[in-house]
Design a protein around this ligand. Structure first.
Ligand SMILES: Cc1ncc(COP(=O)(O)O)c(C=O)c1O
Length: 398
């Protein structure tokens, strides 16, 4: 038997990954993935961008680049983030291989085996796996419909054996809970973390995908508020607003954290794909990004509203959910103590797939919730699939 490192011996394949193979079977209706709709990718813009490249740009695209990113990419992304109100000049921006790599690099920078880190419950599985791979002690704080439960956060901050290294949170159109953090909760988080020497990792990959313009002011990120006395490490991505196949994300972090992260990235992959950066740079610089996000916002809104309507029509009354106002996900609460796994088995028999709650539980136990996503299914598939899902729930729960 190969003698694996203790840091990886506890890693388990996530149900999501295992389901992916089933979920992509041609006849299955998948409410499981967190990927953009295949039919929504900006293929015309991509063709136009590629055709516009000079030979020199194509050579750059195929060459290694600087670890922190191609200068032109950094410049256009800095301008884009500055327009959104981020304090770009007071921080450093680094391109990463997806934002998941940014999260990994931050985890590596801060976690020694056994270190406590604070996470939401439920929480993004990719981040939980990253923290687990560095042998973190995950301490979870429940979510309410307006963000992390502040009273519980206070208690955890006071009672954890060792001071947490960081708090990881997902502010807008949460994965999997679908919620937006209220300004009040974010202010209270700032008060609690101020001068505590606990880093805040703010993971925001969905906030461009709002359904309602009026929500934009309250979605302001803590990084953009630039609070004193907290190191805020912001991570973002092109995955949901251009294409995850590019594997391109970024981190915007204080200079003293950036220096370590750059060294860590050097040892992982030297640089993120140059070809992706050349394309993403043009996508931002040429303004394509604004038209594209405006277009997909409308489409995801249609799908999201179709799913809300289908759920309201078909679900038994004991299943409850917060209506999403953007993003990709709806989080269904089953009666307390229900096990969502038999529901998944029934749903699969009917040709529908979703993700069970325990996937997103930092302790991997609580399974009385389900995540359904509306991003990669059109309205017709939603109208066909949700009644089948409701049937599966009734067959298990009555
Ligand atoms: C909350 C959240 N953060 C980060 C990511 C990772 O995105 P990527 O590595 O593709 O940039 C995802 C992907 O689903 C996500 O949902």
């Amino acid at each position: 038997m190969p003698r694996f490192a203790s840091s990886v011996s506890s890693l388990r394949s996530s149900e999501i990954r295992d389901l992916m193979s089933v979920a992509t079977a041609p006849d299955i209706i998948s409410f499981s993935g967190g990927m953009p709709g295949n039919d929504l990718f900006p293929l015309d813009s991509l063709d136009e961008i590629y055709r516009s490249l000079t030979d020199k740009e194509k050579q750059v695209a195929l060459q290694y680049g600087p670890t922190n990113g191609l200068p032109s990419m950094l410049e256009s992304l800095e301008t884009y983030l500055e327009k959104k109100g981020f304090p770009v000049k007071e921080n450093r921006l680094m391109m990463t291989t997806g934002s998941l790599q940014a999260i990994h690099i931050l985890a590596k920078a801060f976690i020694d085996p056994g270190d406590t880190v604070l996470v939401e419950n439920p929480s993004f599985i990719g981040a939980l796996s990253a923290f687990r791979s560095y042998e973190a002690n995950l301490v979870s704080v429940p979510l309410t419909d307006v963000g992390i439960d502040i009273e519980q956060l206070k208690i955890k901050l006071e009672n954890t054996r060792t001071k947490p290294k960081f708090l990881y949170y997902c502010p807008n159109f949460h994965n999997p809970a679908g919620i937006i953090y209220s300004m009040e909760v974010k202010q209270q988080m700032i008060e609690l973390l101020k001068d505590q020497d606990i880093v805040l990792i703010e993971d925001d990959v969905y906030s461009d995908l709002y359904f309602y313009e009026e929500d934009v002011p309250k979605m302001k990120l803590i990084k953009a508020m630039n609070p004193e006395g907290i190191d805020v490490c912001f991570t973002g991505s092109f995955s949901k607003i251009l294409g995850p196949g590019l594997r391109l994300g970024w981190m915007l972090v204080p200079n003293h954290i950036y220096r370590k992260c750059e060294l860590i990235k050097q040892s992982i992959d030297a640089c993120s794909p140059s070809i992706s950066q050349v394309i993403a740079d043009k996508f931002v610089r040429g303004g394509y990004i604004y038209n594209y996000t405006a277009r997909v916002r409308q489409e995801y809104k249609k799908r999201g509203l179709a799913m809300i309507e289908a759920l309201e029509k078909n679900l038994p009354s004991y299943v409850t959910f917060e209506k999403p106002r953007g993003g990709f996900y709806i989080w269904l609460h089953l009666p307390e103590g229900t096990d969502a796994t038999p529901i998944l088995q029934k749903a699969l028999e009917k040709g529908v797939v979703f993700v069970t709650g325990k996937t997103f539980d930092p302790d991997g136990i609580k399974n009385d919730a389900m995540r359904v996503s509306f991003c990669n299914t059109d309205e017709a598939a939603i109208q066909k699939g949700i009644p089948l899902l409701a049937e599966a729930i009734r067959e298990v729960c009555g």
